[in-house]
Design a protein around this ligand. Structure first.
Ligand SMILES: C[S@@+](CC[C@H](N)C(=O)[O-])C[C@H]1O[C@@H](n2cnc3c(N)ncnc32)[C@H](O)[C@@H]1O
Ligand code: SF4
Ligand code: SF4
Length: 373
């Protein structure tokens, strides 16, 4: 089969998967493969952020001295899912740039036709790494900035100099990649940064990032809250300010052409902090899933028991297993979080989202379904 015909077949399978995911809540249909995988390529990290538990989980949830998945197995397993309709993969961690083979992983996954994102704290983006990632064909680089200034960002990230390192890393990446890779910013939403959230749009413009993705602080992230920093949770009296800040951010982003989370998702953030638990169709284990650094597959990392291990059993065997169905039942009745990775796909795959935020849905379709290099 020639390349064009192969690509067309893959994209048609992905469309059929998206339709099956969209109909999951009504007819129980499940895609042949996930549309998107969040892959923790390492548990290690060079930072100790206030809001994050990952760096303290060595030895927990199955780490236990197990080796991280080898790069070649990662490529083999996830490249093999493309013909079953997998469209995109997000390589995160820990800090993914701590893995020297990261550019090789990106190249292998891109060559298979996947949309590949790297999510990083940005502090290790040397010229050599930027060049290697761009040459490997990286589709999207997301760098975390939790405030528009060094003082605010470094306070949350636990280390002075983090903001400057990440800002110069992202700028350098932009120059070296020459527009081949889409750049974006991930921003935590917490009590500490409510008033500066609208200014994140200006930071994106300065750093030539085209996307601003908000991640509300979760205490169930990633593995059932080993540690809680209650001071980061907005209080009820903060919520009207948070709503105003999010409205302003959305307006500024719209005027500047910066894409951000979909409208229904942004609208739900303050309510979620206020304790309202909307039941939306969570897409964990249906359209998206997580695989940890050791190969354990989860619908979402918040559910504490894995379905199985992708190094030990073929991914698709796990995806269609009775264990996975049991996990899907748990997801069905779960409304514990408002995490963008799992909640947004459900919102975007609904008719109401298409009507409310047509531009965002069309952008996703263009990003993920059209071949690009
Ligand atoms: C887990 S980090 C891994 C990649 C990289 N180390 C980084 O900081 O971007 C991915 C994203 O999750 C966010 N994150 C970490 N802990 C979080 C929490 N408790 N609630 C919400 N987002 C969180 C980080 O701020 C970051 O943007
Ligand atoms: S948010 Fe990222 S950089 Fe910070 S501790 Fe967690 S994994 Fe490390
Ligand atoms: S709502 Fe979905 S993503 Fe959130 S904890 Fe429950 S199953 Fe996981």
């Amino acid at each position: 089969m020639n390349v064009g015909a192969r690509l067309l077949r893959q994209r048609l399978t992905a469309v059929s998967n998206a339709m099956r995911a969209a109909a999951h809540g009504v007819g129980g249909t499940v895609p042949r493969a996930p549309l998107m995988v969040y892959l923790e390529v390492t548990r290690g990290c060079n930072l100790r952020c206030r809001h994050c538990d990952i760096w303290m989980t060595a030895g927990k949830q199955g780490a236990n001295g197990r080796p991280e998945m080898p790069a070649d197995r990662i490529v083999e397993i996830f490249a093999g899912l493309v013909r079953h309709g997998l469209l995109a993969i997000d390589l995160f961690g820990g800090e993914p740039l701590l893995r020297p083979e990261l550019p090789d992983m990106v190249r292998g996954l891109r060559d298979a036709g996947l949309h590949v994102t790297v999510t990083t704290n940005g502090t290790l983006l040397s010229d050599r790494v930027c060049r290697a990632l761009a040459e490997a064909g990286l589709s999207q680089l997301l760098v975390s900035f939790d405030a528009p200034t060094a003082a605010g960002h470094d306070r949350l990230r636990g280390k002075m100099g983090t903001f400057d390192a990440a800002a110069s890393g992202l700028s350098r990446f932009g120059e070296l990649a020459g527009g081949r890779t889409r750049a974006g910013v991930n921003t935590l939403v917490c009590r500490d940064n409510i008033d500066v959230l609208p200014d994140m749009v200006g930071l994106c413009l300065k750093l030539r990032a085209r996307q601003l993705r908000l991640l509300p602080y979760h205490q169930c992230y990633p593995f059932d809250s080993y540690r809680r920093d209650d001071a980061l949770m907005p209080l009820p009296e903060d919520l009207p300010r948070l709503e105003r800040a999010l409205r302003e951010l959305r307006e500024k982003a719209g005027e500047s052409g910066i894409s951000t989370n979909c409208g229904p998702y942004l609208d739900g953030i303050a309510g979620w902090f206020g304790g309202s638990r909307q039941k939306v169709r969570c897409m964990a284990g249906v359209a998206v899933c997580d695989v940890n650094a050791f190969g354990d597959l989860y619908p979402c990392f918040t559910l504490s028991k894995p379905v199985g291990n992708v190094l030990e059993r073929p991914f698709l065997e796990l995806w269609t297993s009775p264990e996975m169905s049991l996990h899907r039942d748990m997801v069905e009745s779960c409304n514990r979080c408002w995490q963008s990775c799992y909640i947004e796909p459900g919102l975007r795959l609904s008719a109401s989202a298409l009507l409310a935020d047509r531009k965002a849905v069309l952008r996703d379709l263009r990003e993920y379904f059209l071949p690009h290099r």
